[in-house]
Design a protein around this ligand. Structure first.
Ligand code: NAD
Length: 250
């Protein structure tokens, strides 16, 4: 029987790349997204082992129903990838309470609610959780008070998942992507920001969706069977550096 991954925010970007890599490894995949139209566009090319589930991950009731539907379709869940996320980009004084709540609802409430609903299923299969945070949660930067704070909280949520669910054989890890050219990042990365990232990243480039997906799939696999409670950046070295890189390049 094939293993089953449930990936949120799977209709495009990092979530879609992750779903494709799971499928290529013989897993079945529940692609969860609130964008039904985008799910409908990608599903036909993914084959029988993929199924789409339209759900807003910040809606507790909808999440319960979605997880039940995934279990009914596939018979269980071996891995949950909490990838759905939204970005906000603006000065801290312009981040009103409605914006703050909107970002927290998807980025923080979502991983809590989805994992909470899937925990009984994960216990049965001694499954794995991977939460997607960001380098914006590892380091503060300008124009993203709600986004960065939500991602820092996701790192701690991951450690709570690892601490409290470990005795059931459930592992939980967190992936912090560096910049990847997706719809989310391209909506907020200006040419100046793209240049600044290149300057600040030892590998001197953006990552690809597939480079992030490979780490996610590894953390869900048996090969990572003793890895839990970890926050791992796939960021071209961004987090490791301090001052001096741009000067070195000149
Ligand atoms: P994306 O915008 O391309 O894809 C995100 C998907 O999540 C979309 O399909 C969207 O419809 C879905 N989604 C958003 N809110 C949802 C909700 N409430 N319920 C269900 N689905 C929802 O973004 P991406 O760049 O692929 O980002 C994926 C994850 O990676 C996010 O958590 C993001 O914060 C994180 N990340 C991205 C980058 C980057 O540079 N692209 C960097 C660091 C972290």
């Amino acid at each position: 029987m094939s293993k089953v991954a449930m990936v949120t925010g799977a209709a495009r970007g990092i979530g879609l790349a992750t779903s494709k890599q799971f499928l290529a490894k013989g897993w079945s995949v529940a692609l969860v997204d609130w964008d039904a139209a985008e799910l409908d566009t990608v599903l036909p090319e993914l084959g029988d082992q993929a199924a789409g589930f339209t759900c807003d991950v910040s809606d507790a009731e909808a999440v319960q129903m979605m997880v039940a539907a995934v279990e009914a379709r596939f018979g269980g869940i071996d891995a949950v990838v909490n990838n759905a996320g939204v970005a906000e980009f603006g000065p801290i004084e312009d981040c009103d309470y409605a914006t703050w709540k909107r970002v927290m609802a998807t980025n923080l409430d979502g991983p809590f609610l989805v994992t909470h609903a899937a925990t009984p299923a994960l216990k049965t299969r001694r499954g794995a959780i991977v939460n997607i945070a960001s380098i914006s949660g590892l380091r503060a930067s300008t124009l993203r008070v709600a986004y960065g704070t939500s991602k820092a909280a996701v790192m701690h949520l991951t450690k709570q998942h690892a601490a409290e669910l470990g005795e059931f054989g459930i592992r939980a890890n967190c992936v912090c992507p560096g910049p990847v050219k997706t719809k989310l990042s391209m909506a907020v990365h200006s040419p100046e920001i793209i240049a600044a990232y290149h300057d600040a990243i030892p590998l001197n480039r953006y990552g690809s969706e597939d480079e992030i997906a490979a780490l996610i799939c590894f953390l869900c696999s048996e090969e990572a069977s003793y890895v839990t409670g970890q926050v791992i950046a796939a960021d071209g070295g961004f987090e490791a550096t301090g001052v001096g890189l741009p000067a070195l390049r000149e």
